[in-house]
Design a protein around this ligand. Structure first.
Ligand SMILES: *Cc1c(COP(=O)(O)O)cnc(C)c1O
Length: 476
């Protein structure tokens, strides 16, 4: 949060200094106030450039799911499209056309019955997509309730306690009661049996996650849908499913084509994904798709003038950069089905290989092995008393690796894990280096008397899975 940042420390009152060697004259500029006058562009560039050098090396960041490598042509297109505003459909009709093509490609990828009937849009990421999908569920439920002459003022949404923070935000911002299904024992995500008892006539939908943020596991979408089919037969309650496929919706279609989690499952009303995760585009793009017009109430859709015609839009923002959408189209075109399959298979091979070798080290136990989303979580075995996962994370950080350690949500807060997200660009060679460093670090940690660090010392870099400063204790 930027609001009060820095006030407490000495830097707040000190100006920013520029290395005099780069400047035409030595300059200092206020840190938190706009300078009085302009400066040479080269000087300003050097100042910003040097300061950003202190950011971490994105390639060593094994915490984030978000793309940190793109090919030079994608970057070139993005630079060429820096001026394109997604909302100006009049001005940039071709960018709008490319967005539409991406939606159709995703509709086919996710097995829509009739891709031409699918409604979809680009967003700034899965979080915005989740807000839109959640709003559609809420509005549909309200309309149905009102038509039945029943109260529509107490909507709830059923999801696992492992959902990403965006769903907590949705519930908070749009006043929907979040029903988090607790984790239990070694069940780390939502299942059909656990979801069902939380559903009632006020349930607007069930969120199933394909690629849980906490451990990369897929939730059993088809099982959950089947249980809800039975619920409908038994009680008449018709509860739709939204699939949060932020990572998994761009992995399963290529690596697990037999797995039915998408529009093949009748009850799945909508799906989101992050174009900037396994969609392989730099940060700033997500996608939301609805099965058909019925799944997206028309009164949520606004209409803008488009070359004298009518262009429906559903978005939280008005203006938004178009470059990422162009880059998404480029990446679809450039890789095709086979290219995506190879990239994702490599990620999965690296993840499963690294997970197996980490398990072989001895002191760790895997929760997941990287064979669903190429993400795995592991813990320190019971009986290892010299160090904690937080010690391991801190020690790896000394070598530049960002491997987050965090505790699990409610009812498994005792469970502290490390998590590694394998992305395109983290290949077998880097995995070897990480393993070597991990071995070296363990040699040292094994000589400790006991854990030196705990959850309180963990950095807030678990990307949606951290339990640091949770809004509600134990839930994040
Ligand atoms: C990353 C993630 C989100 C949030 O996506 P953004 O694109 O970062 O907004 C939501 N759900 C899941 C499962 C995620 O992994």
């Amino acid at each position: 949060m930027a609001l009060n940042h820095g006030r407490g420390d000495a830097r707040y009152s000190r100006d920013v200094e520029l290395n005099p060697i780069f400047s035409r004259e030595p300059v200092t500029v206020p840190r938190y106030a706009m300078p009085e006058g302009p400066m040479e562009p080269d000087t300003a560039y050097q100042l910003v450039h040097d300061e950003l050098m202190l950011d971490g090396n994105a390639r060593l960041n094994l915490a984030t799911f978000v793309t940190t490598w793109a090919d030079p042509n994608a970057l070139r297109l993005m630079a060429e499209c820096a001026d394109k505003n997604m909302i100006d459909k009049d001005e940039y009709p071709q960018t709008a056309e490319l967005e539409l093509r991406c939606v159709h490609m995703l509709a086919r990828l996710w097995h829509a019955e009739d891709p031409r009937h699918v409604i979809g849009c680009s967003t700034t990421g899965s979080s915005e997509a989740a807000m839109l999908a959640g709003l559609a569920l809420k509005r549909r439920w309200q309309q149905r309730r009102r038509a039945e002459g029943k109260p529509a003022d107490r909507p709830n949404l059923v999801m696992g306690a492992n959902v990403q923070i965006c769903w907590e935000k949705f519930a908070e911002y749009f006043e929907v009661e979040p029903r988090y299904v607790p984790l239990e024992g070694d069940r780390y995500h939502l299942t059909a049996e656990t979801a069902l008892p939380h559903c009632d006539e006020n349930t607007i939908g069930v969120v199933a996650v394909l690629g849980s943020t906490f451990d990369g596991s897929y939730e059993p979408v088809a099982d959950i849908a089947r249980a809800l089919d039975e619920l409908q037969e038994r009680t008449g309650l018709d509860v739709p499913v939204h699939v949060d496929g932020a990572s998994g919706a761009m992995i399963a279609p290529f690596l697990d084509p037999e797995l039915e989690w998408d529009f093949r499952v009748r009850r799945v009303a909508s799906i989101n994904t992050s174009g900037h995760k396994y969609g392989l585009v730099m940060p700033g793009v997500g996608w939301a798709l609805w099965r058909d017009a019925e799944a997206l109430p028309d009164d949520l859709v606004f209409h803008v003038n488009y070359l004298g015609g009518d262009m429906p839009t559903f978005a939280l923002n008005f203006s938004r950069p178009g470059a990422q959408v162009v880059a998404q189209y480029y990446t679809f075109l450039r890789l095709g089905m086979e290219g995506y399959r190879r990239v994702q298979q490599t990620c999965r091979d690296v993840a499963t290989g690294l997970a197996a070798r980490i398990a072989d080290l001895g002191p760790f136990e895997l929760l997941t092995d990287g064979s669903q989303a190429p993400v795995f979580a592991f813990r320190v075995k019971d009986g290892v008393g010299e160090y904690s996962v937080f010690d391991v994370s801190a020690a790896l950080r000394e070598r530049g690796w960002l491997v987050p350690a965090y505790t699990f949500p409610k009812d498994r807060e005792d469970l502290a894990v490390l998590r590694i997200v394998v992305r395109n660009g983290f290949g077998h060679d880097l995995a070897d280096l990480l393993l070597e460093d991990l071995r070296r670090v363990l040699d040292r940690l094994e000589r400790q008397q006991g854990p030196q660090r705990s959850a309180e010392d963990a950095g807030g870099f678990a990307h949606g899975a951290e339990t640091r400063n949770p809004q509600r204790a134990g839930r994040h």
